[in-house]
Ligand binder design. Structure first.
Ligand SMILES: Nc1ncnc2c1ncn2[C@@H]1O[C@H](COP(=O)(O)OP(=O)(O)OP(=O)(O)O)[C@@H](O)[C@H]1O
Ligand SMILES: [Zn+2]
Length: 478
């Protein structure tokens, strides 16, 4: 039996801001016994930066809160891994020029994913209920594409399948294209910097499937196209959400047939609203003839450096692993949660220092407070108010030890002063262990370049690793 409360904890009516309606709304799951949430995960071609950690931490807090309110067994949280993308192909060709491209891609994606898992775990995040990889859902993508072509909202041109925005405008029972992002067609054209390609009927049309040539990864194409091809990015999420949040629950939900095709919450960073989420909505709503893909759409604001979005393309980033070299994971987590998720955060040394001081103070007088006590009600009320984590932090300052310990646990903090202690040599033990685990994963994947790189990072922290048949151990270099 999954752990589930008889009665959901009604003392905390949950209110969430919905991008779709531009309003804070009481959250009402379609079926409170099966709360379903999808969050767009990373494209695994390069190490995640601390900005990429923001949606992971924000939606982890929401996952924990939903489990608290509806019961741990009542929440399914899906966060995908995008392991097919032209950026991955380019990175694989660059890093492993001597290998066949598919083998090189496997090395890049497996090693990057292993480092991602270690990094986000070190920040105190629970694993999602399901972490699907795009390449394992090609059959579902093909099926959705076939449906879209059959309904005449997608067309084949020069080996591509394209989604027709104009055809969606004419379809009934589906939302208007642009209704999530609330943009006019002109704004969307400007915002998407859409490519004008000869095979598109209309410049707003977007790619569902494209041909693969040479050594590019490819699968048998849908819609009667000969030869191999590969999916566009947007179709991946429609397919994985359907496979893991809709199909398994068919006939098991206490709701109407139409509602059963819709799930509760879809999340990601604010940069994904358009075009990625708008296109997910277009695909899923047209394929399944539903008025919404998800009821609630939630988007986190940017983590910024000196007023600019941290991003790989701007080169102004620090990786999660870099942060963990200098700071315990819980400190970075609190530094993130001190700002409300919809506001921009400026990532600063002072913010991290302040978070460290707060945790040190809170952990110092938890005493032997009972870990099973109820979480402080003011903290719970703040979280239930659209994840108002800054208000939750303020409430933690005033909470009694038992309520504080339980509230910290609910937000993903250990309450253990040892997790803040760097070792006698000033080391963050959790960060070292995360790096050693990443290196083990790299070795298991026979990625010696990566394993050496991690060994060098550890050496830079003053840690020596020793490999033996029994496994890897580490010690502080003398
Ligand atoms: N600076 C940032 N602050 C908050 N969230 C971010 C930031 N940059 C990316 N994200 C989010 O991280 C998640 C992972 O996205 P993805 O792997 O596609 O990163 P990305 O967009 O390629 O990063 P970059 O913008 O640096 O190239 C998405 O939900 C995205 O919105
Ligand atoms: Zn997505």
């Amino acid at each position: 039996m999954p752990e589930r409360r008889e009665e959901p904890a009604r003392e905390t009516p949950l209110v969430l801001y919905n991008t779709r309606t531009h309003a804070k709304e009481p959250f009402a799951p379609i079926d409170p016994a099966h709360v379903r949430m999808y969050v767009c995960g990373p494209t695994v071609y390069d190490d995640a930066h601390i900005g990429n950690a923001r949606p992971v931490i924000v939606f982890d807090v929401l996952f924990r809160l939903l489990r608290h309110v509806y019961g741990a067994g009542a929440v399914t949280y899906v966060r995908n891994i995008t392991d097919v993308d032209d950026k991955i192909n380019a990175r694989a060709a660059r890093d492993f020029p001597g290998l066949p491209l598919n083998e090189a891609i496997r090395r890049v994606t497996e090693a990057t994913q292993a480092r991602y898992e270690a990094a986000v775990a070190a920040l105190g995040n629970l694993p999602p209920s399901v972490e699907p990889r795009a390449t394992e859902h090609i059959a579902e993508m093909r099926e959705i594409i076939e449906r879209l072509v059959a309904r005449e909202v997608a067309y084949v041109a020069q080996g591509h399948v394209l989604f027709s925005v104009a055809a969606m405008e004419r379809a009934s029972g589906v939302p208007r294209y642009g209704s999530l992002a609330r943009r006019s067609l002109d704004e969307m054209i400007a915002g998407a910097r859409v490519d004008v390609a000869s095979y598109k009927r209309d410049e707003m049309d977007f790619v569902l499937w494209k041909p693969s040539s040479g050594g590019e990864p490819g699968w048998p194409s849908p819609a009667g196209i000969e030869g191999l091809g590969r999916p566009g990015w947007h179709i991946e999420c429609s397919a994985m959400a359907w496979k893991h949040l809709v199909a398994p629950f068919a006939g098991r939900l206490a709701c109407s047939d139409v509602e059963a095709e819709i799930f509760d919450i879809h999340g990601g960073g604010i940069d994904l609203v358009f075009p990625h989420h708008e296109n997910e909505v277009a695909q899923s709503c047209c394929a399944f003839e539903i008025p919404r893909m998800a009821n609630v759409w939630m988007h986190n604001g940017f983590l910024q450096v000196e007023g600019e979005k941290m991003s790989k393309s701007l080169g102004n980033f620090v990786t999660i692993a870099d942060v963990l070299k200098d700071w315990p994971g819980e400190v970075a987590r609190l530094a993130m949660l001190k700002t409300h998720y919809r506001q921009p955060i400026d990532w600063t040394f002072r913010g991290l220092e302040e978070a460290e001081r707060n945790l040190t103070r809170w952990y110092a007088d938890l005493g032997d407070a009972d870990a099973g006590a109820d979480a402080d009600p003011a903290v719970l009320a703040a979280l239930a108010d659209d994840l108002n984590t800054p208000a939750a932090v303020a409430a933690l300052h005033h909470a009694a030890p038992a309520g504080r310990r339980a509230a910290l646990a609910l937000m993903g903090f250990s309450g253990d002063p040892a997790s803040l202690a760097r070792s006698a040599e000033g080391l963050d033990v959790a960060a070292v262990e995360a790096l050693v685990a990443e290196r083990d994963a790299a070795r298991a994947a026979k990625n010696w370049a990566e394993s050496d790189r991690l060994r060098d990072i550890l050496a830079g922290m003053g840690v020596t690793v020793k490999d033996s048949k029994a496994g890897t151990t580490w010690e502080v270099a003398r």
